[in-house]
Design a protein around this ligand. Structure first.
Ligand SMILES: Cc1cc2nc3c(=O)[nH]c(=O)nc-3n(C[C@H](O)[C@H](O)[C@H](O)COP(=O)(O)O)c2cc1C
Length: 318
């Protein structure tokens, strides 16, 4: 049993959680691609108040990403088609990763690629990097021409994991699933069969917006990914299904990601079966929101009469 961890005066709960052996001070994680490489958010929030930061997805070669417009607003969130813009593996290791020394929270390294070999190269490098606590595979980015191939087909995901899993050694392998599939539980099963130690549910939903005056696509690439509050209820359902139909029995933790902007959204995810909750779009609206979510969860756990947040995982009544 965990000891109680006093954070401040007022309600006090034990928010510590564990993702496949990686201990987090609390279940709030900053999502890939929305918080820079490592430490960029430190100007806005105290990183010692959150559980983990996820790096932007890193590819072998540097990428400029898509041409603008590549982010636009939508009534219930935003559409993005960034296209995996990043400095590439070598510069990430040389210039960005050293910033992780002394980081007061965990760092998850996000990997993207266009072939098994590219995933393998980045994942192997992350596996060797002591600063990176877990390797997260972004198999679900909808913004490159072939980015969906591994995240859309169970066989392709299994084939990718058959190569990548041995390369990450003992480090936890987190698979970030695409929501753009008919049966996300089948994809979760493929990921678990392939050796995933944790799942992120999920990435952005493929979407499109058209300017009715010019009749042009509002995103230069035409389609992009919808994120933000509008997707939250759909992701609650996905987390619930993945948790109840496969992850709970397999003892594979689920990290919920999609539209969480306040502690209530996070608490809903926990009740649906999430062990941790990641936040992306909310950071663009208010970068301090993750810390408020931590405080809100703290008070909620106490009000529920529980000592630790783990007691509430998957406890939605049905
Ligand atoms: C501007 C932007 C960039 C993103 N870049 C990445 C990325 O590099 N890798 C990745 O796995 N997901 C990326 N995502 C997806 C987020 O990590 C997250 O899955 C998605 O935004 C849904 O969560 P939210 O509704 O809390 O934003 C990006 C999202 C946004 C809005």
């Amino acid at each position: 049993m965990h000891a109680r961890v006093p954070l401040r005066s007022g309600p006090v709960a034990d928010l510590r959680t564990s993702i496949a052996g990686v201990e987090l001070a609390n279940p709030v994680i900053l999502a890939a691609g929305t918080c820079g490489y490592v430490r960029e958010m430190a100007d806005a929030i105290r990183l010692d108040r959150i559980g983990a930061v996820t790096t932007k997805s890193i590819t072998v070669e540097p990428r400029d990403g898509n041409t603008p417009w590549r982010i636009i607003d939508s009534p219930a969130g935003m559409l993005n088609a960034i296209g995996l813009a990043n400095v590439g593996l070598d510069r990430f290791l040389a210039e960005k990763l050293p910033e992780a020394r002394g980081l007061p929270c965990r760092l998850f390294g996000s990997v993207a690629g266009h072939s098994v070999d590219e995933y393998l190269r980045v994942a192997s490098a992350f596996a060797k990097a002591g600063e990176i606590a877990a390797v997260e595979l972004n198999v679900s980015c909808p913004n490159t021409s072939d980015g969906l191939q591994f995240g859309e087909h169970p066989q392709a995901l299994r084939a990718l994991l058959a190569e990548v899993k041995p390369a990450v050694g003992g480090k936890p392998l987190v698979v970030k699933l695409s929501p753009n599939v008919g049966d996300i539980v089948a994809m979760a099963k493929a990921a678990i069969d392939g050796g995933a130690n944790a799942l992120v549910v999920a990435n952005t939903f493929t979407a499109m917006a058209i300017d009715v005056e010019t009749r042009a696509f509002r995103l230069s690439r035409g389609r992009g990914g919808l994120s933000g509050p509008g997707i939250h209820p759909i992701v609650v359902r996905m987390v619930h299904d993945v948790f109840r139909m496969i992850a709970r029995d397999a003892k594979v933790p689920v990290i919920a990601l999609g539209g969480c902007s306040n502690w209530r959204d996070a608490a809903e995810f926990i009740l649906a079966g999430a062990t941790a909750v990641s936040m992306g779009t909310a950071l663009f609206i208010d970068p301090r929101s993750p810390v408020r979510v931590v405080d809100g969860l703290d008070a909620w756990v106490a009000r529920q009469g529980c000592r630790s947040i783990g007691e509430l995982v998957g406890m939605a009544k049905s």
